[in-house]
Ligand binder design. Structure first.
Ligand SMILES: NC(=O)c1ccc[n+]([C@@H]2O[C@H](COP(=O)([O-])OP(=O)(O)OC[C@H]3O[C@@H](n4cnc5c(N)ncnc54)[C@H](O)[C@@H]3O)[C@@H](O)[C@H]2O)c1
Length: 437
């Protein structure tokens, strides 16, 4: 099958490479000319394990190509997939301008029937709007070609995106007419044949399944952070509680990890957009407002803990390990580290930060005074305290004695609970983590 993927960001590029891997011919389109130039040369613009290899493999096999010319992509393919961004817009609403622009361009240029798949995360009812935008542009030209709208939200996780795409827990496809349904079954046939769960539904349910999933996972994180706050007040251990809860099959252990809260390009914006959607439909969004409030409070609680233990941070040198919102990605969008470091910097701390891959992307979001070091060891040198903000495996490998030897002070504030409290305290470090005694 020949398909055109519009938007070659985290989702579009992974989708394009994986659709090529399962045998399709893919044209990747992006308006970012510099990105397209790099992609044509086989340079991967994002950090995603396995993606550079897949990209090179299919540039060589000829199954994947890139262009800035959407018109070219539209004409070459009967199936068009939009994977452009849907960031938070005004008043928490998802900003659909990139999706609208793609739909209008399709309406302006298409000369025949198409299947248009919305892979971007969009609020319920957006596919209907997409249909309207496409048709409006065709009406202006005095033409009428059938464009079959499909909602096919993406559930991949950055850092594990290739595996998630090729071995997904489920593929969700919402459509209105059988022609679209057939095209989607053909697109995913190699995965369906391998036994992957393939769910067909109406367009609105597919759109909402994505938000419901992300909001539920965000709720799990905020729930365990609420329990962590209770643990800190009562002396209980959140890790033990998470284990005790997670072994219950109805609950499951994933996303019961206490820490400095969720971030990234999806959870914060999708929770906000779902709150807005609920408000617009007159449905109470109280539950999600609390999820969001707990998440924001978690960053403040962490900063307060650092300040309290150090007796203020003015003039203190803080070593920071980890900036990305989670390990195995260079994505800094809404990373908790941004708020935490902005506050600590404002209050006079001297920050030396290290992240294995996200420092280049982090620079634009962090205060100019932050010093970026080339190793984790270098950040520790002369520091009064270590702050762990991302749970990269690289940091877990460190022996407590080596950390103690490299620090000038003896405080460790583990925002991701990666070290063993007994071990850390046993060698004389003043160790604080989230929800653990
Ligand atoms: N990042 C994730 O982990 C993830 C996971 C699941 C779903 N999603 C959803 O997928 C969508 C894309 O997310 P992302 O993280 O890949 O975004 P991104 O910002 O990394 O990529 C979007 C790309 O679209 C391009 N673009 C914008 N307008 C365009 C246009 N008119 N024509 C062609 N290209 C255009 C941009 O240049 C950019 O390269 C969002 O709706 C997001 O919520 C993201």
């Amino acid at each position: 099958m020949k398909l055109c993927v519009i938007g070659t960001g985290y989702v579009g590029l992974v989708s394009a490479a994986c659709f090529a891997e399962i045998g399709h011919e893919v044209v990747g389109v992006d308006i970012d000319a510099a990105k397209v130039e790099r992609l044509k040369k086989g340079e991967c613009p994002i950090y995603e394990p396995g993606l550079p290899e897949l990209l090179k493999k299919h540039l060589t096999s000829g199954k994947i190509s890139f262009t800035t010319n959407l018109d070219e992509g539209i004409h070459a393919c009967s199936l068009i997939m939009a994977a452009v961004g849907t960031p938070t817009g005004q008043g928490r609403r998802a900003d659909l301008s990139q999706v609208e622009s793609v739909c209008r361009t399709i309406g302006e240029h298409t000369k025949e029937e198409k299947v248009l798949v919305i892979k971007s995360t969009v609020p319920v009812g957006t596919s209907e709007k997409c249909q309207g935008w496409v048709e409006e542009e065709m009406t202006k030209r005095g033409v009428k070609h059938h464009v079959h709208l499909v909602s096919n939200p993406e559930f991949l996780r950055e850092g594990k995106a290739i595996t998630d795409f090729l071995q997904p827990d489920r593929i969700v496809v919402g459509f209105r007419d059988e022609k679209a349904g057939r095209a989607m079954r053909e697109l995913y046939k190699p995965l369906i044949d391998q036994g992957m769960k393939y769910l067909e539904m109406d367009v609105e349910s597919a759109e909402l399944t994505k938000y419901a999933s992300n909001a539920f996972l965000a709720t799990k994180i905020s729930f365990i952070n609420f329990i962590a706050a209770l643990c800190e007040a009562s002396g209980a251990d959140v890790e033990k509680i998470a284990e005790g809860m997670g072994l219950d099959k109805r609950i499951a252990p994933a996303f019961l990890k206490a820490g400095i809260g969720y971030g990234g390009s999806c959870f914060p914006k999708d929770v906000q957009a779902l709150i807005k959607t609920a408000d617009e439909y007159g449905v109470s969004s109280e539950l999600l407002r609390h999820v969001e409030a707990i998440n924001e409070a978690q960053r403040d609680r962490y900063v307060r803990m650092v300040e309290k233990e150090l007796g203020g941070v003015r003039g203190k040198k803080l070593a920071v390990w980890g900036l990305a919102f989670k390990p195995d990605t260079d994505d800094m969008r809404s990373a908790p580290s941004i708020d935490i470091l902005l506050t600590l910097n404002d209050r006079g701390a001297k920050i030396a930060a290290f992240d294995p891959v996200s420092m280049a992307t982090a620079k634009k979001d962090l205060p100019k005074d932050v010093v970026f070091t080339t190793t984790a060891q270098e950040a520790l040198s002369g520091a009064d305290a270590l702050l762990v903000l991302t749970d990269w495996d690289e940091f877990r490998q460190w022996k407590p004695t080596t950390i103690k030897g490299a620090l000038s002070g003896n405080h460790v504030f583990d925002g991701r609970n990666i070290f063993d409290p007994q071990e850390m305290k046993g060698i004389g470090l003043i160790y604080r983590s989230i929800g653990r005694p």
